[in-house]
Ligand binder design. Structure first.
Ligand code: SIN
Ligand code: CO
Length: 380
């Protein structure tokens, strides 16, 4: 269990004053911090096929080598960093580090990236597109952080390694175990280990228009939707046949916005898209056949149902229904199941009696059977 102290700020004060606005040093954010994993365990994860990892070095210039690794010789005794993405998906103790940040909605949290640096190791001066909390574990690291600067130019120091030039620091500090930096998007930063160091980055995500529109178009294609076509039964003669008139432009624009404004279509899309997985995860689909007729008996035997590590799930409350989005799937349930769906999404583990209260309904039993069969929620 990690308890977060954001200096003497309340969570709401942090959100109002710093979130997405300016960087913050949170000295002693976690008291008596204990690393949830050892450097060797991190190296073990970086050997796995489905896990994204890289080693960044700065000897004569910057070098970036992508994993998986069989040989850790690039991780030299100086000026080297091993970085592993989505460690929360694979390591339940490391995943605990995300919990204190749940005062920010789950869907905004991306993953826990963990790095191990040898003395002098870092990824160079750069900025990120997303908010991040960087937690200092083992060792110490010297960090400099600048204010948000949307005009700052990025350049490629090496394939896959974007950096920025010199910047003025508003935070210049040696982080010790349990210290945390909050860094908003577009704030330049750089950190170099002063002794072998572990860092934990709680990363966030925020889709842009291109992500959303291209995914929405894919959704329409996959479900054979969006077939309304331009019509002009009231066409009249005009002087210029070459002109595309303003009213025609508005009509074309409306074809696009009507598709987006159709709640039946857009809510299902957004539930599936926002919950879609980005990285592989440690899901164990059930070998046992489980369906709507057996799911209640199955659950009766166990006190808790656990959410799989890194599972992406959200719910959308409507007047008469609640939509659950999980790992790119969606389930539309009558609103009477709101408490169960909310508990599944909000909590890492749910008491099974709370679920069993809802299994009188066939739709709900079908959904639960699918969620358990796929390994999204599991019993222990
Ligand atoms: C790191 O842990 O070395 C990288 C963290 C970051 O600056 O994004
Ligand atoms: Co960064």
């Amino acid at each position: 269990m990690y308890t977060l102290h954001i200096n003497d700020l309340t969570q709401q004060e942090f959100l109002s004053q710093y979130w997405q606005k300016k960087p913050l040093l949170i000295k002693g954010g976690f008291k008596s911090f204990e690393d949830p994993l050892e450097p060797d365990e991190l190296a073990g994860l970086a050997m796995e096929e489905g896990i994204e990892s890289r080693i960044v070095t700065n000897h004569d210039g910057w070098q970036c080598t992508n994993g998986p690794f069989e040989d850790f010789s690039p991780l030299s005794n100086e000026n080297a960093t091993l970085l592993v993405q989505a460690v929360d998906h694979w390591h339940p103790d490391a995943a605990q580090l995300l919990e204190p940040f749940r005062f920010i909605p789950n869907w905004r949290i991306d993953d826990l990236m963990v790095s191990y640096s040898t003395v002098g190791g870092g990824v160079g001066p750069h900025l990120d597109q997303y908010d991040v909390f960087i937690i200092q574990g083992l060792g110490k690291r010297h960090w400099r952080v600048g204010n948000v600067d949307k005009s700052i130019q990025q350049f490629s120091a090496n394939k896959g390694l974007l950096q920025v030039g010199q910047f003025d620091a508003v935070i210049d500090v040696i982080l010790e175990p349990g210290d945390i930096l909050y860094i908003p998007p577009s704030a330049p930063h750089e950190g170099y280990a002063t002794e072998a160091a572990m860092n934990y980055s709680v990363g966030f995500r925020a889709p842009n228009q291109t992500d959303l529109l291209s995914a929405f178009a894919d959704h329409l294609i996959d479900h054979d939707l969006g077939q309304s076509r331009y019509t002009d039964a009231s066409l009249t003669l005009r002087d210029s046949c070459g002109q595309l008139q303003q009213n025609e432009i508005e009509h074309l624009r409306a074809l696009v916005t009507d598709a987006i404004n159709d709640d039946d279509v857009f809510l299902r899309f957004i539930a599936e898209h926002i919950s879609a997985p980005k990285h592989d995860k440690d899901l164990l689909p059930l070998d046992d056949e489980i369906d709507e007729s057996s799911v209640s008996n199955y659950l009766h035997n166990y006190p808790y149902l656990y959410k799989a590590g890194g599972l992406r799930c959200i719910y959308i409350e409507q007047d008469e229904s609640v939509m659950l989005g999980v790992e790119g799937h969606s389930f539309n349930m009558p609103i009477m199941h709101l408490t169960a769906v909310q508990a599944l999404c909000d909590q890492p583990q749910v008491q099974t009696p709370l679920i069993l209260e809802h299994t009188h309904c066939l739709l709900f039993r079908q959904m639960m059977a699918t969620l358990i069969r796929e390994g999204f929620w599991f019993i222990d």
